[in-house]
Each structure stands twice: as C-alpha cells, then as structure tokens.
Design a protein around this ligand. Structure first.
Ligand code: SF4
Ligand code: SF4
Length: 675
C-alpha cells in the first residue's frame, strides 16, 4: 500500500471534482427561486420510497431494466462503505471502519452482502450492455457515454472480484458460499503461482481506486450526472396537489409572464435537466410521442440541459452581478427557449396528460415548464395557434369555449325544474354542470342522466344556471393565465356568495380546477366527481341500478380520463359504479388506471387542430376495440372531452356499428327508475 500515492490521487481527483461541480451548479443560482424545502416529512417519505426504494423503476410495465437498475443502485449504496475502506487500506493495511473489522459479526454480514451486490451489479451491467448494443429498444438513447459508463461499472466490479480473489489465494482460503465474489475471483486465479496472483491483486486494487476517481469526475459531464443529482431531485419534487399549476403573480411590480429564456426557469427545473437519466420511460405512453408529434420529455430535457451548459458563463455572470439593471439586460440578451432551443410545435403538442411525470423515476417536472413557455408566448409574444385565440375570445365574451350565448347555459334542463343556488339554500350539493354539460348536445344527455340518478337517490342539489361560467382550465393550460385568473376569481366570488361547500362535477377538468386550483384564489370546497358520488350512492343503498338493456350483453371497457385517474387518483369509483349494474361485464384495456392512455384533448388540445402525426384518439379506440373483441361493446368514460374524442375516433375509424361510447352515468341511469 502507498499512503503518498493514495493521498495524491485523492487530492487531485476530489479537487477537480469540486471544481467541476461548482461550475455545473453555479448557473442554477441565476435561475428563478422555488420553495422546495417545505413539508420535510412528506419529502423524506418520498425520498425513502422512490429514491432509496426505487419504487418507480420496476413497476411501469418494463420490469427487467428496472430490476437491473435496482441492482446497480443497491451496489452503489452498499459499496460506498467499501470504497471508504479501500482508500483507507491505501494508507494502512490494518484499516477498517468501526464495526466492519474482519472479526466483527457485522463485518462478516457486510462482506457477504457486498459480494452479493458486486455479482448482481456485474450481471446488471452486462444485461444493460446487451440491451444497449443488441436489443436496442426505441426508448434507449444511442450514446457512447452510456456504453462507457457500463464498462466503468463492470470494471469496478471485476477489479473488486480480482482483488478479493487474490487475497483468498494468498491466504489459501477455500471456496465459501459466504464469500461468493471473492471465491469466484480465487477460482479464476487458481492456476497462478502466489507471486503473480499477488501482483494481480495489487493491480486490481489500484485500478479499482483509479476507476472510482475517474468515474466520479466523469459524472458531471453527461447524463450520468443523475447519479449525483437524482436523490436530491426526488426529495425536492413538487408535492400534491400536483394537478395544480403555479399561480403567476400578474399584479405586482415584479409581475411574471411565464418562461422566455433559460433564466426564467426555476433552479429546480435546471436541476431536473441534470437529473434526466434518458431512460425514456416518459415516452412509452406519451400520446404525442407515440403518435409522431415532435415532443419527447427526454429530448426536451436534453435540449434544455445542453443549452443551460452552453449559457453557463452568462448565467454565472448574471448571478454574480449586484446591479439589477445590468442583470436584467444580460438576462434579456439570452436566447429565447421557444424557437431557438425548442420548436413551437413541441411546446403546443403536449396534452398535459401527466404520463411522463408519473413515469419518471426521478420526478422531473415537464408540464409546468411547458405551460410556462406557453404563458410567455400568449401573454407577451401574442404567438399562439389561431384556434386558441377563438377559445380565449369565447370564454372572455360568453364564459364558455364554444362561444354560445351565456344566457342559454340552462337550456339543457329547462323542463327539469332544477333549483338554482341563487334562489334557495336548501341543497347539499352544488351541481357544477360545466360548459360541455351545458352546451354540448351529446354531453347534455350525460347531465340529464346525472340528474336522474341524483333524484332517484333523493340527493338535494342545485345548479348555478345562467350564473355559471367556465372554470378556465383550457385557458390556463393554453397559457392564458390572465384569462384563467379572471375566471377563477369570478367563480370563487360566486361560489362563496352562494354559500357553496360541496360541489359535484361531471368533468375531470372542472374537478381538478375547482378542487386543486381554486384554493389559490381563496376557494376551498369539497369537490367530487359524479362517478364517485354514484359509487357512494350505490354502496349506501340509496340507488339500486338495474340491467342496462342498451349494452345488449356486450362487454364494457373503461377509459380513464387523465385528469381523473392520473392527476386526482380516482380509478376505483368509476369501476365500482359500472360493476353495480347487473350483468355488466367489465374488461380492462392494457393501458389503464393511472397508466391509462390520453384521448388527446387535455391541455387545451381539445380546441386545437391535430395536424402532425397520427391521431391520438384513434390510437386509443384501436386499443379499446382490441380489448372488447369481435362483438364490440361499450367504451365507458367519465369526461366530456374523452367522450367527444373517443366518439370521434370511433367515427373516424368507421367502427360505429361495433363500438358505443357512453358516460358511466348514462349506463347507471338507464336501469334506474325516476321517482
Ligand atoms: S425525463 Fe424521466 S422518464 Fe424521461 S428520460 Fe428523463 S429520467 Fe427517464
Ligand atoms: S404530459 Fe402527456 S402529452 Fe405531455 S409530454 Fe407528458 S406524456 Fe406527453
């Protein structure tokens, strides 16, 4: 062993590492502030489950690479102590960590565990190399860096095995199952005389130390920076309600208008780009990516990361200047993200369905970043699709995206004599009908089905009638934060004035906005989706559905709306409601519940032309058709947008004779007798 050489290696390598880290992290100081240190208990729990527990890796339909990653991650954790020990041995042959000495029971247990993870990590590295070089699945980025890192990992494991094996040969120790890696190494060196075997051991020892230090210094330069930043990124994740977008301050002197340049991103969003592992999980069920639009969460991260690194000198200079005017001028000189780093089509393609975020093992936040870019395009550049302009105008003038006269909002229930919240306080639930439920001819039937169920169950409810206005979800997700805030403030004022406490909605977008976003404006209500209330009414015996004749004995599959299942975790209630109908046979599509596939209408895409790639709704209808089989059946859903998109997909594919599209409420209401 050689203390001087060990010390020299450590000083050089750690010094260079500190220098690189400082350069990589410095630009983050110039980015927007974000409070990510609140609710430490929840953060710690998430870190344990998703960081150290790797809970998102094997459970997303792609089990093998997830397990391989878990093996390598476990090896990194376990071998951290071993690394300290090996550097200690570089100074003194007697070195060992407290409790891990050669005669300590914990030391024996640790040595066994260490050997096991070494072998597993070696197997995992070989498995990943096979995947990268031979099977090459679509979601894996082809890069020399990925291959090099795997060789680093394999090299670390092989040198550990070689070093341990040489020690066993020198000691004449027999094969032992409790030392599997060392015994394997010894078996490999068996034919060597003691001298050469010892030389192999020494070579493995120093090579191992050098590999560790080179590996460490290589990390900050590429995607494997995630090995350092991923755990902090998991801890600093956005906490529930994740379906809520952040409220822009549009009033103050320092009003914000979204993201124009990289400097307008938050430091967390900068850290996100460093943490992307390029695993491609975000793409697998991204409705835009799989239908050929120019959007991949992975590629967006890569583009922004490279840009961030290129702009690092400017950002670091901005962070270090005390002169506010100079800071502002330097910030404005940075290249615009939309147009210069990302194509406008990329920014407008997202349906905000949330697949990418819930699939990402390191909790990278894509949607707030894309919506912030849309916000700048709308609020400052006035650059957005023509169809969006029409929607904004319609909401502004008539309080609904169709632009139908607001005075016609209650026509759907003219003959139903539903009480108005403005005229009575004798109601438990405020039925917030929503624009589609009030104006769309197909969805009006769903509104009436819900009324039928509520009346059969004796639920006291009222509506706002002509007073109701759009919740503003589409405006917000299309970037018009000003219009959204106007709608939100009006809704809160009205709901509070009517003394509303409990709200029933039929649209998951209404649900998400009223439940998760109105609290930003002082509106706090219990908000329930109609499928949840129906499931409760069935469970409490207040309604007893009878068979729905229109199903004709054919099976039903439930299409999970993204804003119901993914953003609000409601997946059981619609299924319970459906299964309460006697004789109904429910079949699951392969992509279901929180891993469902978007219909293509979220994020305001309902109102935009789908000009690129293939159609998202058709992709989903094909899946439903495969699930229901030859006789066809019913695609059930619980969202007006999904109902429209799936029905359009059925028509576009000419499958009207085989597939029916119904809301859960319609299926339940059919077999209920009105009181
Ligand atoms: S964003 Fe997340 S899921 Fe997508 S490639 Fe990066 S780490 Fe993987
Ligand atoms: S939110 Fe949905 S559409 Fe947007 S990038 Fe993520 S997976 Fe794709």
């Amino acid at each position: 062993m050689n203390p001087w050489l060990t010390a020299l290696l450590l000083v050089l390598a750690l010094g260079f590492f500190a220098f690189t880290m400082a350069r990589r992290l410095a630009p983050l100081w110039a980015l927007r502030a974000a409070d990510r240190l609140d609710r430490p208990g929840e953060r710690l729990a998430a870190l344990l489950r998703f960081g150290f527990g790797q809970a998102r890796l094997p459970d997303r339909g792609d089990v093998v690479p997830g397990l391989l990653h878990v093996a390598i991650f476990a090896a990194f954790l376990v071998l951290a102590l071993r690394t300290v020990t090996l550097f200690g041995l570089g100074f003194s042959l007697d070195f060992h960590l407290p409790l891990l000495g050669p005669d300590a029971p914990i030391g024996h247990a640790y040595a066994f565990l260490k050997d096991v993870v070494v072998l597993l990590a070696l197997a995992a590295a070989v498995g990943f190399l096979w995947r990268r070089l031979v099977t090459r699945p679509d979601r894996v980025t082809r890069s020399w860096e990925g291959v090099l890192i795997l060789f680093f990992i394999a090299g670390l494991m092989v040198t550990e095995i070689g070093y341990e094996g040489a020690l066993r040969v020198a000691e004449g120790a027999p094969f032992r199952w409790l030392a599997p890696a060392g015994s394997l190494g010894a078996a490999a060196l068996q034919g060597l005389a003691p001298g050469p075997a010892a030389s192999v051991g020494v070579a493995c020892f120093w090579l191992h130390l050098v590999l560790i230090l080179v590996f460490l210094n290589f990390l900050p330069f590429g995607k494997h920076f995630h090995i350092i930043t991923a755990l902090p990124d998991v801890y600093l994740q956005r906490l529930p309600p994740t379906g809520a977008l952040r409220k822009l301050d549009l009033e103050s002197e320092n009003a914000e208008y979204g993201v124009k340049t990289v400097r307008d991103l938050s430091w967390k969003e900068g850290l996100d780009t460093y943490s992307c592992t390029e695993c491609g999980r975000c793409q697998t069920h991204c409705p835009t990516y799989v239908t050929g639009k120019p959007l991949s969460h992975k590629e967006v991260n890569r583009a922004i990361r490279h840009h961030l690194v290129r702009q690092a000198p400017e950002l670091t200079a901005i962070a270090s200047t005390g002169d506010a005017a100079a800071r502002q001028a330097a910030a404005e000189a940075l290249p615009a993200l939309v147009g210069e780093v990302l194509a406008p089509d990329t920014v407008w393609a997202c349906t905000t369905c949330g697949w990418c975020e819930t699939a990402c093992p390191v909790f990278i936040e894509n949607i707030p970043r894309l919506v912030d870019m849309r916000r700048h395009q709308v609020l400052v550049e006035a650059s957005f699709p023509d169809e969006a302009a029409r929607v904004f105008k319609n909401i502004e003038t008539q309080g609904n995206p169709w632009g139908i006269g607001s005075n016609r909002r209650a026509e759907w229930c003219e003959d139903l004599a539903i009480p108005r919240a403005g005229e009575t306080q004798d109601f438990e639930w405020l039925f917030f009908v929503g624009c589609a439920g009030a104006f769309d001819d197909r969805q009006k039937k769903v509104s009436r089905a819900i009324v039928k169920v509520l009346r059969a169950a004796g639920v006291k409810f009222a509506i706002l009638g002509e007073e109701e206005t759009c919740n503003g979800d589409s405006a917000r997700r299309l970037g018009n934060e000003y219009l959204f805030q106007t709608q939100a403030a009006a809704n809160v004022e009205l709901l509070n004035a009517r003394g509303v406490k409990k709200i029933l909605v039929q649209c998951p977008h209404c649900l998400n906005t009223l439940k998760n976003e109105l609290p930003q404006f002082g509106g706090h209500y219990e908000v329930v989706h109609h499928t949840e209330l129906i499931a409760q009414l069935v469970a409490s015996g207040r309604i007893r559905p009878e068979a729905a004749a229109s199903l004709g004995g054919k099976p039903v599959t439930f299409h999970d709306p993204c804003y119901l299942a993914r953003w609000n975790g409601i997946t059981d209630a619609p299924r319970r409601a459906l299964e309460s109908v006697p004789g109904l046979s429910l079949r699951e599509m392969a992509r279901n519940r929180s891993q469902g596939f978007c219909c293509g209408a979220g994020g305001g895409r309902m109102w935009l032309e789908e000009k690129l790639g293939t159609r998202v709704n058709q992709n989903r209808v094909e899946e439903a058709a495969r699930t229901l089989g030859e006789p066809g059946g019913v695609v059930a859903t619980g969202c007006p947008f999904c109902l429209t998109m799936v029905r359009d997909g059925v028509n576009e594919l000419g499958r009207e004779d085989k597939l029916k599209v119904l809301d859960v409420a319609e299926i339940v209401a059919e077999g209920i007798r009105a009181p």
